[in-house]
Design a protein. Structure first.
Length: 137
């Protein structure tokens, strides 16, 4: 009986720990954008990372992501999370970006994780400016 109870507690703690880790990884990843520090962002990404968005990005590689998406960090002023939900090696995050010119961008992202790092991100644009640096109005 003690072994069964111990196993149940251990599994619960492991699940809680994974959720805390996924949230921490996502928050740290965006901290890199706020601080304009590529090394913080890159340290959260797994080997073989890919990024997908409605902006003609279909599972682009890390190199292409850095070239296309990283420059938008200059428009990031503040990021606030509405919700981060994690299950197993997957997570969803809903967040609001305040841009340097005080505009608002709201996105949802779907993450997959591998060995505690982000393996892929699928970004879905919400209301606002679509994405920081968007020239379309």
């Amino acid at each position: 009986m003690k072994l069964l109870l111990f196993t149940a507690i251990f599994c619960s703690l492991t699940t809680f720990s994974k959720a805390q880790n996924a949230e921490k990884v996502i928050r740290t990843y965006f901290e890199g954008y706020e601080k304009k520090d590529w090394n913080i962002v890159a340290s959260q990404l797994a080997d073989g990372f890919t990024f997908t968005s409605p902006n003609n990005d279909d599972h682009i590689s890390l190199a292409t992501y850095k070239e296309r998406c990283w420059p938008t960090c200059k428009f990031f002023k503040k990021i606030e999370f509405s919700k981060i939900v994690e299950k197993d090696n997957y997570a969803f995050a809903i967040y609001n970006i305040t841009t340097t010119d005080n505009k608002s961008v709201r996105n949802t992202e779907y993450y997959t994780f591998n060995n505690g790092k982000i393996k892929s991100i699928e970004c879905f644009f919400g209301p606002g400016e679509s994405f920081p640096g968007n020239k379309k109005q």
